[in-house]
Design a protein around this ligand. Structure first.
Ligand SMILES: [Zn+2]
Length: 509
């Protein structure tokens, strides 16, 4: 008895002594993930493995309330950490204990746990909140879109703040459970698989699960009244598509495009390897926007994309992102070319498949149709700057860069790279230098000059994306092929459809 007392007194003493020492070691996590374009987006000091988002939403008033439970691991000794969020928070708990919290900046939620978090320890963070997301503006906008019958969360790079607290940066991916209670007659669309619905007292709960790592901006939510189609691809992949019931004249063209999702996923698998996720599909809510977003497994489309008839090119673009962007995600937003260059290039491949212009013809056309003094060439696709992150040059010059790579390494090696990269880096994150190193490894060629010329030089390359040693290569060495010289190649048939997807990520802010 006495011995035990001595022991416990000693441990109490050591604990007492340890407090001042360790308190100095426990530091607040950074308020940002270190992104060069968006310094406050994401946070430091922890990694999230799972988001459990449990909401109730009233479509008539846009009132959203709920609880998000975050499973995280501390990557440093943490006295405090930040989440990114915009709605009003009423309670935060960390490992069951009430935590102090306050807001700062545009979207920072600073959480001080009752007990600091040791590096390597796991934390369960519960955040309770509510708000009317369409009325909450950050940096002057809301990414929450109202529809006549509900609301939609779909935005890039911002989208999460209006419906769940998160470590909002693509470098920290996690699995998601999204469960939303809505009035009977409304439906809920989200990522992954619909694991169940249940109704009680006039309300229905929809539960969705995305079990593969997903970036926060790729999480999507829509509440509204939809016509649902469900099917399975020949390879056994479940397809789930949803169309707002009030798409009017755009309804049929939307279906004629999005209903081809399964076919196009199988076609893209031939270039990119096995589809990385356990479901696929798209949804078209009745929003006034013009953009689309490659939300993981469930692409968001605006009705306006189908205003001129069916557009399979946009479906190909967004599905290509499932490999290039969703499965292999950015480590930093400045590498956006890894997403958009390849998604645009997939449209060139689709054009080739449809006999509406080869990738080479389209690349030649893009190269020739922008004179050397066109501002188009001042944007570096490999580092466009936050303001130009989604400029046309990232897409078009970005795709021409990929054609130039193809011509440099040859078709066999090129298609090996195109498929090998998303296979080797599946579910991870990557940078442009890592892609270049991979392409050099596979091809056995030094590609530094090529990447510098096409991705990192704010000027029109002197030589177009032409196969080496051809007459075209010799011709393009002359300063011709500019519109001013009247040598513009004929416009490929697919060009207009490809251009219609140019406002893809223009989120209106
Ligand atoms: Zn895109």
């Amino acid at each position: 008895m006495r011995k035990r007392l001595i022991v416990s007194a000693a441990s109490a003493l050591s604990l007492f002594l340890a407090v001042p020492a360790s308190a100095a070691d426990f530091q607040p996590g950074a308020a940002g993930a270190g992104d060069p374009y968006y310094p406050t987006y994401g946070n430091g000091g922890y990694n999230v493995s799972h988001y459990d988002i449990r909401l109730k939403y009233q479509p008539a008033t846009d009132e959203l309330e709920g609880t998000t439970t975050i499973l995280a691991t501390a990557t440093q000794d943490l006295s405090r950490f930040n989440l990114d969020f915009a709605l009003n928070v009423s309670e935060v708990r960390v490992n069951g204990r009430p935590a102090a919290f306050r807001t700062s900046g545009e979207q920072e939620l600073e959480v001080t746990p009752a007990r600091p978090l040791a590096k390597g320890s796991q934390a369960t963070v519960v955040v309770r909140y509510k708000g009317v997301p369409s009325t909450v503006k950050r940096y002057g906008f809301t990414a929450w879109l109202r529809t006549p019958d509900g609301g939609v969360a779909a935005g890039e790079p911002e989208g999460a703040w209006w419906w769940f607290p998160s470590n909002d940066h693509p470098s920290d991916k996690a699995a998601f459970d999204v469960s939303v209670l809505v009035p009977d007659g409304s439906q809920v669309i989200s990522n992954g698989i619909l694991t169940g619905t249940s109704s009680q007292a006039g309300w229905t709960r929809y539960s969705w699960r995305e079990n593969k790592p997903q970036a926060t901006y790729l999480a999507t939510l829509a509440v509204g009244k939809f016509d649902i189609t469900q099917d399975t691809t020949p390879s056994g992949l479940p397809v789930y598509n949803a169309y707002s019931k009030d798409l009017g004249d755009n309804a049929d063209a939307a279906r004629a495009s999005v209903e081809r999702t399964g076919e196009l996923v199988d076609w893209l698998s031939g270039y990119f390897g096995d589809y990385p996720f356990s479901s696929v599909g798209g949804y078209v809510p009745n929003v006034p926007t013009g953009y689309a977003l490659e939300s993981q497994t469930r692409v968001f489309y605006s009705p306006r994309q189908f205003a001129k008839g069916a557009n399979t090119s946009v479906v190909v673009h967004e599905l290509a992102h499932q490999w290039y962007g969703d499965s292999v995600s950015l480590s930093r937003w400045s590498d956006i070319w890894l997403n958009e260059g390849f998604a645009r290039y997939s449209q060139l491949l689709w054009s080739e498949h449809e006999n509406e212009g080869t990738a080479q013809e389209l690349a030649d056309y893009i190269y020739a149709s922008h004179p050397a003094d066109d501002a188009f060439w001042t944007v570096k696709p490999g580092d466009p700057g936050a303001d130009n992150q989604f400029s046309g040059a990232v897409y078009d010059r970005g795709a021409v860069a990929i054609q130039a790579l193809r011509n440099t390494v040859g078709d066999d090696t090129f298609f090996q790279i195109l498929k090998g990269w998303p296979t080797e880096r599946r579910y991870g994150n990557a940078t442009i230098p890592e892609f270049q190193a991979y392409a050099e490894k596979v091809s056995g060629k030094k590609l530094g000059d090529l990447f510098t010329t096409w991705l990192f030089t704010p000027a029109k390359p002197a030589v177009g994306p032409v196969p080496a040693g051809t007459a075209a290569a010799a011709a393009s060495l002359a300063p011709g092929l500019d519109r001013a010289d009247g040598q513009l190649p004929a416009e490929p048939k697919s060009w207009k459809k490809i251009q219609e997807t140019n406002s893809l990520h223009d989120a209106g802010h």
